[in-house]
Design a protein around this ligand. Structure first.
Ligand code: ADQ
Length: 459
């Protein structure tokens, strides 16, 4: 079996607390441990001058290699281009995407540095698996340095339709760089079609059937590999978490009321504002839920260095405050809004005791919270999932209450339906969703991607 090399912006070092490492990190680590391998990424440190050699750390059969980055490069790369341009654009928020040449040049420079530092660590047969929108140009840079290994790319976020992608001044360069990979993996078939459409209509490339594509003088394969979770272990975690003191404290604090839960990074792609509006609409239209339902939105601050995220935070704070001001009683606060993150097992317990989960992103590659919520339920008395049609997860979890997150009235109605849904229907819907999650776990996802990469023609 070929050695595996993973490249991602952040590396889950072995020192990371066991309860904090997500299912994805655990699944990648398992593959590295089995095959032997290297996990390469940013150290989390910036320096003022030129950064030095990668820092290496050996743990079992895994080498972790992390590099520092120059502070200015990192700013252009991470804040300026990856999260200031690609993230909003790929989530269809064209108006939030602020393209500037220096940021793009910083993005290319960091990719070039990554390639130069990684190339000497590669062995001829290694399979290289690059993760996410931070590293679209990495394969091109590696090829320039003479690397002929098989290189695969997985995009965790959506890939936009050509009409949206064309607003990016450097769209052609970006797609050319994608085509330098031997395999490009997306979350859904929609994403696959979006790239295929660009290749044919914009780049004059050809599709060779069976997922093959020829574009910009290179040939690549494109496929959908929807990411999963470790369903069984999350279900076990949730079952045990019922006993946790945090879960007991939460249920005690509800005093018999139903709990509706939302869990997201504080990000404009997650539709938190519209979701709060839907909850306000529920209380207005169905007053019987007043004093009987509590909505808990957990949203740790993320990318707080970016102005748009700070503005979003203020907007959500205002909205949550206004709803509480309007509807609170002396013994009931409708919205609990927490800028905190919790360990996986605490979250699992919170999911299990929630009657409804509101997972209503305005656009999301997959959304693992939706899957974790389902896996965490009590099979005999499961909760209902309200899920945005714009999350990749909606392609798989067809038995959720699927909504358009922009339709506040419809989300409120779905929330009402979830709250009053008879147990029998909840059980039926849950079973069908759970079957999907048991089939497509994070382990299955990983092996499907690696299998396809092994089959792909190298170089
Ligand atoms: P994210 O945008 O971060 O991921 P998501 O898939 O929902 O979105 O969450 C990833 C993980 O973070 C989940 O395991 C979740 O439990 C955890 N998490 C989220 N909010 C949390 C909180 N408040 N406290 C503690 N943990 C929290 C990107 C893409 C997604 C895609 C994933 C994986 O944007 O579309 O599903 O990658 O490919």
């Amino acid at each position: 079996m070929a050695r595996l090399v993973i490249v991602s912006n952040r590396v889950a070092l072995p020192s990371e607390k066991a309860g904090r490492a997500g299912g994805l990190a655990v699944a990648l680590r398992e593959a590295l441990q089995r095959r032997g391998g290297l996990w390469f990424g940013w150290s989390g440190e910036t320096v003022s001058g030129t950064p030095g050699e990668p820092e290496l750390l050996q743990s079992g059969k895994i080498t972790y290699a992390t590099i520092d980055l120059n502070a200015e490069d990192y700013h252009h790369f991470y804040i300026g281009f990856a999260n200031g341009v690609l993230w909003p654009l790929f989530h269809y928020r064209v108006g939030l995407s602020e393209f500037r040449r220096p940021a793009f040049e910083g993005y290319l420079r960091v990719n070039e540095i990554f390639a130069r530092r990684l190339a000497p660590l590669l062995q001829p047969e290694d399979l290289v698996w690059v993760h996410d929108y931070h590293f679209v140009p990495l394969a091109s840079e590696l090829r320039r340095l003479g690397v002929t290994n098989r290189i695969g790319f997985f995009l965790h976020i959506p890939f936009p339709a050509p009409e949206v992608l064309l607003t990016l001044p450097v769209h052609q360069r970006l797609v050319r760089d994608l085509c330098a990979y031997d395999l490009v993996g997306f979350q859904t078939e929609d994403d696959v079609r979006a790239l295929q459409r660009y290749i044919v209509d914009e780049a004059g490339g050809t599709l060779t059937g069976d997922g093959g594509a020829a574009c910009f003088g290179a040939s690549t394969r494109i496929g959908a590999f929807g990411i999963g979770i470790d369903t069984e272990s999350f279900a076990r975690l949730a079952e045990k978490a019922v006993q946790r003191p945090e879960t007991t404290r939460l249920t005690d604090s509800l005093a018999g009321r139903e709990l509706v839960i939302g869990v997201d990074r504080l990000d404009y792609s997650k539709g938190i504002t519209q979701r709060l509006e839907a909850f306000r609409e529920l209380l207005s239209r169905w007053p019987e839920h007043r004093s009987r339902v509590t909505f808990m939105q957990i949203a740790p601050v993320s990318r707080g260095e970016i102005a748009q995220y700070r503005a979003l935070r203020r907007e959500i704070e205002g909205l949550a405050g206004r709803i509480n001001g309007k509807f609170s009683e002396f013994d009931w606060t409708p919205v609990r809004y927490l800028n905190k993150s919790f360990s996986r097992s605490v979250l699992a317990g919170f999911f299990r005791v929630s009657r409804v989960a509101l997972v209503t992103p305005v656009r999301d590659g997959m959304n693992l919270v939706a899957k974790e919520y389902v896996a965490a339920q009590d099979p005999k008395d499961p909760g209902a999932l309200v899920l945005s049609r714009f999350a990749g997860a909606a392609r798989e979890l067809k038995d959720a209450l699927i909504v358009n997150p922009y339709d506040v009235d419809a989300v409120a109605a779905a929330l009402h339906a979830g709250l009053v849904m008879p147990r029998e229907e909840r059980v039926q819907r849950w079973r069908r969703m759970m079957e999907v999650l048991e089939r497509n776990t994070v382990g299955v996802w990983r092996e499907r991607f690696l299998g396809a990469l092994e089959q792909a023609a190298p170089g």
